[in-house]
Design a protein around this ligand. Structure first.
Ligand code: MOS
Length: 769
């Protein structure tokens, strides 16, 4: 067990002992905290100009007339781009195994290449001006006439038109094992609950921004993205230029959470505007524009019905859901996925449907599927525990599966029992009086709740190069994504350990298309994906160095096989024989070599398209062979004001199994951040959509309530630090599991405090009174 709540960094960083597992400070911490870090909208170019979007004000239809004369006449305006005069784009390509980059289009809608409007807020013009203020002012002067077409925007009203989700390779739309409806009808004890979750919007600290610079057919784009390789190819395809001429720089990214996985309007239109005016263009979305042009999370309606024997063993799980996509794009969010993995049961039915609405297509958002799916499933399990008069942890443990409940796959490892045992001890669960409303502190009703956290573990491929110099310094190059997740620091530690050098000796170049292509930064898979190929590259370097040593009769390493030596203390040494070995400086110096370099993934036939097919092969092989996941146990205490219904979360303990912990400080941050976002989902966040127009009515942080410090209690996070034997270094992703189960734990605690089962998020006071 490792406690990560208050792990201090050892002075000078972790240079002694194991580097993987040490709470090393962020390698980019100084730049970020001193303001030296440069984000996408902060790149200065001498002749830089500014672009501002003009949003459509109808829901669906066609532009019949667009009057740009007044806007164009404003001094300082360089161009007013509309569908009548904007440069033409190539259409979004259908994804193929060799080029998946079409799949990152937020929507196939061809902004400024069409007179069609597909949602309220879709950009219909772009104003480019010498100053931001001028561009903003002129954008308000553009007049647009429309012919409106019928539209469907009201999720609730359209539920009857839901169509079955066909699913995808990693997520079937329907899974049936046994006969769940019959088993439910025959069950001794059952619950049958309907849940609703609202739409949510992305609110990364840094609004989406792009600085685009053309030089002939060569393009440089400064853009915070989770997908450098795909973005690069996508832009090359759309603008009809070679991908090697497109440079994506994404060194510092102010939060992503799934909102920077796809390519949205601002990016395309900044590049388009720069093409049109022949000057570098900066386009930084306002908070409101982020809401109108960057997809958010789908709303959901879910039903979870559980049947059980009196001893609490489940006999039926039915989990159905309806979600939405845009009519003009978006993937169905896999809400019911979690019910295929969580509990042993002979009869399971998980089924999804979706409606298509004339709204901005939805996007991925932290733990798409599991975030809201666990709210329903884990609330229902809690309600079942109440009906059974059993402890909610006990009910879960009695149904803990030995193998995948549907697919029958072995778990690579699973530590849900241990997470609950440790969490219960840390949280003081045993002191709980299970009777609802039994715990009171003045006017506050106090309740406690638990829920299980779950997120699958995936991997993709990366291209990595590692160069070891005779002086003992190491340069790692891989275009992966650092958006606050700690990726750069984690890979620095992994390289330092693999080559036996101090972390200070390692430089990792990341965050741009100048480096070999990294995996996408999403699905909690980046750390393990890069680690797999980084470790392979480091192993190649070690073998090369050993080969150099072996050629010298003077080397104490002569005759050693790779397995006989280990990298430590800046060189290679015989395993178990301290002092018998040589430093890299000695070996390379004698061989007359200044450096040794190795590459992994770059020689692939598919290197030019980011090795994505190889990558997907790896992801699918992983899925086929094992049930792999990060799991955890969430414990919380809430206080409900008996007069006003106000809910405060007063205590939190989360115990997680994320395999090997590369850096407890960073992993703690990831998990804690997930819990805070879950708290927002549970108690405050909600995108309000006008049911007549589909227009988002609260596109600001004043009206869309994310948690502030006063809403967040001290969060106790623990990790079991148990390596997954099937993952590189034993690492399972930590990015998304933290948010899962959070809303359910809160709803369950509210149930305990008040006796009220709330099935609709957010749990606001009006719903409790
Ligand atoms: Mo994520 S929602 O895979 O960034």
């Amino acid at each position: 067990m490792t406690t990560v709540t208050e792990a201090p960094a050892p002075p000078g960083g972790a240079t002694k002992g194991r580097v993987v597992g040490a709470p090393v400070d962020r390698v980019d911490g100084r730049e970020k905290t001193t303001g030296a870090a440069r984000y996408s909208a902060e790149y200065p170019y001498p002749d830089l100009v500014h672009a501002v979007l003009v949003p459509a004000t109808i829901t669906r239809g066609r532009i019949t007339r667009i009057d740009t004369a007044r806007a164009s006449a404003v001094p300082g305006v360089l161009a007013v781009l509309t569908h009548l005069n904007a440069p033409r784009l190539k259409p979004v390509r259908r994804p193929t195994p060799f080029d998946l980059s079409g799949a990152v289009a937020g929507t196939p809608v061809d902004y400024l290449n069409t007179d069609e409007v597909h949602w309220d807020g879709q950009p219909v013009a772009v104003v480019v001006a010498e100053s931001l203020e001028t561009a903003r002012h002129a954008a308000r002067l553009v007049r647009v006439g429309y012919e409106e077409a019928p539209a469907a925007v009201d999720f609730t009203a359209e539920l009857d038109h839901a169509e079955p989700d066909k699913g995808n390779p990693v997520q079937p739309g329907r899974t049936a094992k046994g006969d769940a409806p019959a088993a439910l009808a025959a069950a001794a004890v059952s619950v049958d609950l309907s849940f609703r979750t609202p739409p949510y919007n992305h609110n990364a600290l840094e609004p989406h921004s792009t600085t685009a610079v053309w030089d002939g057919d060569r393009l440089t784009v400064h853009e915070g993205t989770q997908n450098i390789g795909w973005l690069r190819r996508h832009l090359a395809n759309r603008f009809g230029v070679p991908a090697d001429g497109v440079r994506v720089v994404s060194t510092y990214v102010g939060g992503a959470f799934g909102g920077r996985f796809r390519v949205w309007a601002g990016t395309i239109l900044a590049v388009l505007a720069a093409r049109a005016v022949g000057r570098p263009v900066r386009l930084m979305l306002s908070r409101e524009e982020v809401y109108r042009t960057v997809g958010g999370r789908t709303p959901s309606v879910q039903r979870v019905a559980l049947g059980a024997r009196p001893d609490g063993r489940l006999t039926a799980i039915v989990h159905t859901a309806v979600t939405r996509t845009g009519r003009s794009g978006g993937d169905n969010e896999p809400v019911t996925g979690v019910s295929r993995h969580q509990y042993a049961c002979d009869n399971i039915l998980a089924e999804q449907k979706r409606v298509r609405l004339d709204v901005l297509p939805n996007a991925t958002m932290r733990a798409p599927g599991e975030s809201i799916g666990t709210f329903a499933l884990e609330s229902a399990v809690d309600e079942l525990a109440v009906r059974l008069d059993l402890d909610p942890i006990e009910v879960r443990l009695r149904n803990e599966p030995d193998v995948g409940p549907v697919d029958g796959k072995k778990f690579s490892h699973r530590r849900v029992r241990e997470a609950y045992a440790l969490g219960a001890e840390r949280f003081g669960w045993a002191e709980r009086d299970p009777r609802p409303g039994s715990m009171r502190d003045g006017r506050w009703l106090v309740g406690t709740g638990v829920a299980t956290a779950y997120h699958p573990a995936l991997m993709m491929g990366a291209q990595v190069t590692v160069r070891l110099s005779a002086g003992g310094s190491v340069l790692v190059r891989c275009g992966f994504h650092e958006f606050g997740n700690g990726a750069a620091t984690a890979q620095t530690q992994i390289a330092a350990q693999a080559l036996g050098v101090p972390v200070e000796a390692v430089t990792v170049e990341y965050g741009s298309s100048d480096q070999p292509t990294g995996p996408m930064g999403g699905g909690s898979m980046q750390t393990a994906s890069v680690a797999a190929d980084l470790l392979a590259a480091c192993e190649k370097v070690r073998r090369s160095v050993l080969g150099l040593a072996g050629r010298s009769p003077d080397s104490p390493l002569r005759g050693c096989a790779p397995g006989d030596v280990e990298a430590r203390d800046g060189g290679l040494f015989r395993v178990g024989r301290p002092g018998e070995g040589e430093t890299y400086a000695e070996i390379l110096g004698r061989a007359g070599r200044g450096e040794v370099e190795a590459a992994v993934g770059t020689g692939s036939r598919l290197a030019g398209v980011a090795g994505q097919a190889r990558s997907f092969g790896r992801a699918l092989r992983g899925l086929r062979s094992f049930g792999r996941a990060a799991t955890g146990a969430q414990f919380c205490e809430v206080r409900v004001d008996s007069d006003t219904g106000e809910v405060r979360v007063s205590r939190w303990t989360g115990v997680f199994d994320i395999g090997t912990v590369v850096n407890p400080k960073l992993a703690g941050s990831q998990l804690r951040g997930g819990i805070v976002m879950g708290l927002g989902m549970a108690l405050g966040e909600e995108t309000l959509v006008d049911p007549r127009t589909g227009r988002i009515m609260n596109p600001s942080l004043a009206e869309y309530h994310i948690p502030v410090h006063a809403d967040v209690p001290r969060i106790d996070v623990h990790v079991l630090d148990d390596p997954d034997p099937t993952m590189p270094l034993g690492v399972v992703g930590a990015g998304e599991v933290g948010i899962t189960g959070v809303a359910a734990a809160i709803a369950n605690a509210v149930r305990h405090a008040t006796g009220r089962r709330l099935t609709e998020l957010p749990i606001t006071l009006d719903r409790l009174l």
